[in-house]
Ligand binder design. Structure first.
Ligand SMILES: Cc1cc2nc3c(=O)[nH]c(=O)nc-3n(C[C@H](O)[C@H](O)[C@H](O)COP(=O)(O)OP(=O)(O)OC[C@H]3O[C@@H](n4cnc5c(N)ncnc54)[C@H](O)[C@@H]3O)c2cc1C
Length: 490
């Protein structure tokens, strides 16, 4: 029986990152993947959807330029766009595959094996792998579970991944649908609504059970996104409950009930069900060997499961489901196994981007979260209209909003940037949050010009009373205020 120092189950972003960190410790590693290298980080997930988004942004801008400069353009071809997405996915997968191959050869060859097959734990140290060559069992000192997640399905909706799809079925589309309903106004649902509406061939309906999309995000952020969605002819069904959805004569029929009790039936060509993801922890033998789980995923403490030699990372754990978080956890698990990490995992400085129109970047808390935690904060906000880079882009829609602690230190609590290049300054702020630092460093640091981060710098200078533009003169473009949660609660 082959024996390994570490066996990693699942070669998505988390498992792959774990394997590569284990290489640094010169260990004998087995990486097992039952489907596609890269997991949802590449296939039917982060990379594929972001390639669609980038293409959709180009198409959208092409249409804007067409009217701005009175240009004529030929028809956008769906299959050409789809081929670009397939090429991006293939390129990344080939890089991941050839990287492993190259690591195994040469003078400094590493002991890593990549196996295509489905893994099952027979005991805490024995992994059974079923592949096209049959079954084999290996032994491993340590195991990392990185089996990820899959789209949540609802029993009442007949998902066939052709007419009614999840995000896994997008790659089955053969042309732009004339119309499409998206059930779920969370991040993934709103990203696809942005993608399809930007291509200008699909009438998008978005079913939102609340009175606004992205319910976890601040109202001012959501307002900009909703405005653009409606300008792109997206029909947002607010305060609506879906009573039924089915396939009738090859198309989708769905019925909604609104909060006032009124009901309405709609017909569209395709549907995308985007109601969250569920962790892949079934059929792994975990219960039998005592790994504790709840409905959100594996219960872990700093990536350690309830079984000594078994760790878990990525979407299978009950926390934030993102590529960067999965990679962080995978690397951290390996460091815990083979050394001592310099600190415990922290999630406070995780930066995120929502790929909408425009993009929304964030790090730390937003106002909703700060209020929920009862934190008093100062807020500074700067409109894109005063940022030269946005003016040069000829698109000044957006703003920068920063929250800091309401004390002398003014430690950064959170940042939201809505607009073109929104994500360009997140790292600096994430670093300051993780270092528990105040804002002076940014106020005096010379920023490249013209750049969107200059808007963040102006926010910081607002807090310090030394902004270039004065809020008392341009109150509609920048302002600073203090919010007392303690007052509201008391
Ligand atoms: C449409 C969409 C868009 C997204 N956009 C973003 C984004 O913009 N930014 C971002 O950070 N995140 C994004 N995400 C989330 C991101 O893709 C996931 O958080 C990330 O892929 C999780 O990585 P993972 O390694 O934990 O799991 P996965 O990527 O799910 O990989 C797990 C792997 O394990 C394999 N596996 C499962 N069971 C077994 C078994 N028994 N044996 C062997 N192998 C097994 C699976 O086949 C899979 O390949 C998006 C997700 C979706 C669906």
């Amino acid at each position: 029986m082959d024996k390994y120092d570490l066996c990693i189950i699942g070669a998505g972003p988390s498992g792959y990152a774990a394997a590569m960190r284990a290489i640094d410790f010169n260990k004998k590693i087995l990486l097992i993947e039952k489907s596609e290298l890269g997991g949802a980080g590449v296939n039917n997930g982060a990379l594929s959807s972001k390639t669609w988004w980038e293409l959709a942004r180009s198409v959208d801008s092409l249409y804007s330029h067409k009217s701005r400069y009175n240009l004529s353009t030929s028809e956008i071809n769906f299959n050409e766009l789809k081929q670009q997405v397939a090429a991006a996915v293939a390129e990344r997968k080939e890089l991941l595959r050839s990287h492993i191959e190259k690591l195994k050869s040469g003078d400094n060859a590493k002991d890593i094996t990549f196996l295509k097959g489905s893994a099952y734990l027979r005991s805490p140290h024995l992994v059974e792998i079923t592949s096209e060559n049959g079954k084999q069992t290996i032994e491993a000192d340590y195991i990392i579970l990185a089996t990820g997640s899959r789209p949540r399905k609802l029993d009442t909706i007949p998902i066939d991944e052709e007419i009614i799809m999840t995000s896994d079925g997008i790659s089955n589309l053969k042309k732009f649908p004339k119309s499409m309903v998206i059930l779920g106004a969370g991040v993934i649902g709103c990203e696809f609504a942005t993608i399809f509406s930007s291509m200008r061939h699909t009438k998008v309906h978005l079913i939102d059970k609340g009175d606004r999309i992205l319910p976890f995000e601040d109202e001012d952020v959501v307002k900009v996104i909703e405005q653009n969605m409606e300008a792109h002819d997206i029909l947002i069904h607010r305060n609506s409950r879906m009573i039924r959805m089915g396939i009738v004569d090859g198309e989708v029929e769905y019925e909604l009930e609104y909060s006032d009790g009124k009901k309405e039936v709609f017909h569209v060509e395709k549907a995308l069900v985007s109601v969250g993801r569920v962790p892949n922890y079934e059929n792994l033998g975990l219960e039998e060997i005592g790994v504790k789980m709840d409905s959100r995923g594996i219960i872990d403490s700093d990536t350690q499961t309830s079984v000594d030699n078994i760790y878990a990372s990525g979407d299978i754990t009950a926390d934030i489901a993102l590529v960067n978080v999965g990679e962080l956890e995978g690397r951290h698990a390996v460091e815990k196994i083979f050394s001592t990490p310099s600190r415990k995992l922290i999630y406070e400085n995780i930066s995120t981007i929502m790929f909408l129109n425009p993009e929304v970047a964030g790090v730390g808390l937003n106002e909703i979260q700060a209020k929920k935690k009862g934190i008093d904060y100062k807020l500074a906000s700067v409109d894109y209209k005063i940022i030269p880079r946005a003016i040069a882009k000829r698109n000044t829609q957006g703003f920068v909003k920063m929250l800091v602690s309401n004390d002398e230190e003014m430690k950064i609590i959170g940042l939201r940037v809505v607009g073109e290049h929104a994500s360009s300054a997140m790292q600096a702020i994430a670093l300051l949050i993780s270092m528990d630092k105040g804002i002076e460093e940014i106020a005096e640091c010379v920023h490249p010009h013209p750049s969107i981060p200059e808007g963040i710098q102006e926010c910081v200078r607002l807090f310090l009373g030394k902004s270039t533009f004065k809020p008392y003169a341009l109150n509609n473009l920048l302002h600073c205020e203090t919010h007392y949660c303690t007052d509201e609660q008391g």
